[in-house]
Structures are given as C-alpha cells and as structure tokens.
Design a binder for this molecule. Sequence first.
Ligand SMILES: CC(C)(COP(=O)(O)OP(=O)(O)OC[C@H]1O[C@@H](n2cnc3c(N)ncnc32)[C@H](O)[C@@H]1OP(=O)(O)O)[C@@H](O)C(=O)NCCC(=O)NCCS
Length: 180
Amino acid sequence: MDDRSNPGSKTRRVDVDWLRVFATYLLFPFHAAMVFNPAPFYHVRNADLSMGMLTFAGFVTLCMDSLPLSREERGAGIRYQWISALKLAQLGIDRRFQGSGLGRWVVGFVVDFATELSLRVGCRYVTLDAQPDLVSWYSAQGFRRNLLHQQQRMDEAIRHRRDPANTAVSMRFDIREHAG
Ligand SMILES: CC(C)(COP(=O)(O)OP(=O)(O)OC[C@H]1O[C@@H](n2cnc3c(N)ncnc32)[C@H](O)[C@@H]1OP(=O)(O)O)[C@@H](O)C(=O)NCCC(=O)NCCS
C-alpha cells in the first residue's frame, strides 16, 4: 500500500525514484555545458567560451571611466590630464571557488575586453579601486597606483573627516604598454 502520509512506511516512493533518474540525466547537459565554461579548472574547453557559465562562480561589473594623471605619470606621449578608461567596478568570486585562479582569469578577461574596445573607441587604461590588502595582487597582474588620483582622494577623505587609511587605492593598467 502506498502510504505517503506515514514517514515510517516501507512502501517504495516511485516518484522519488523518477526524481533520481531525472537528476542523473541532468549530468549530461551539465557536463556538456562545462565545455563552454571559462573557469580555469575545467580541462576540456571549446574555442568560444561563455561568461554566462560563470554565473554561479563569480561576477564582474564594468563601466566607462576617466582618470586624472600627473605629467610625470602619463609621460611625454599623452597631452591630456584626463584620459579615458574602462573601469573594473566590482569583482567577486564565490567562496567555494576562491584560490583556484578564477579571480586572476576574470581580471585577464577584462584586460582583453578593454584591449579589443580600445581598437574602436578611445580607451587607454583599465582602472579599479583596490582594497588596500589587494594592491599587491593587482600589481602582480600589471596594475600600478595612480598617484595624483589617490592624492585627490586622500585630500577629499581628510576634508570630509573620513579615515584616509580606509580609502580604496586607485590603480590603472596601461593597455597600450602591454599590447606592445
Ligand atoms: C579577491 C578575489 C576576487 C580573488 O579571487 P580568487 O579567485 O580567489 O583569486 P585567485 O585564485 O586568482 O588568486 C588567489 C590569490 O589571491 C590572494 N587573495 C585573495 N583575496 C585576498 C585578500 N583579500 N587579500 C590579500 N590577498 C588575497 C590569495 O591569497 C591568493 O594568493 P596566492 O596566489 O599567492 O596564493 C576574491 O577573493 C573575492 O571575491 N574576494 C571578495 C570580494 C573582493 O574582495 N573583491 C575585490 C574588491 S577590490
């Protein structure tokens, strides 16, 4: 007899069996989809990858930006003080995937995207506001500190009685320099 209202019943739940069968079959589309996942820990990769596959592993947001650079920082080749850039606004990797190289991969993806963009519109840098403890992580990926911009931020923090030590660190990646 099928007694579903009694949890102690020994009657086999055929509907649960079918749920198991369905879940097992889900593994086929899941593993087929992983071929398009850009995350570094999947071994088989298609030539075209989809950022959509990263939906559950992390996120990144981008916006257009402009950056003030002192004469010393921008060098002789750039005449303007304000230079256009693409900003890596927010970056987050799910805790379960942290430490596997995914964060670095996403930063590289953004740099490649900005490089492609710079062939169509004026865009010299990738900018970001780094948490102070992540400055060396970004530096290892080719980012450097924006001195003039940071000074302006510090001045503003002091003016508004905020602790300058908590101020995010303004950094940039020079697309042209790295494109060779
Ligand atoms: C920072 C973050 C994006 C890195 O992503 P990830 O996939 O873990 O990074 P990777 O695997 O590519 O690199 C791991 C390295 O980053 C270092 N790292 C990660 N978070 C760090 C932190 N808060 N401070 C210092 N180092 C950090 C790790 O120690 C590790 O160093 P190692 O390569 O010497 O072992 C991720 O930890 C995260 O989402 N953090 C919370 C949100 C955040 O801080 N966003 C950035 C705001 S600027």
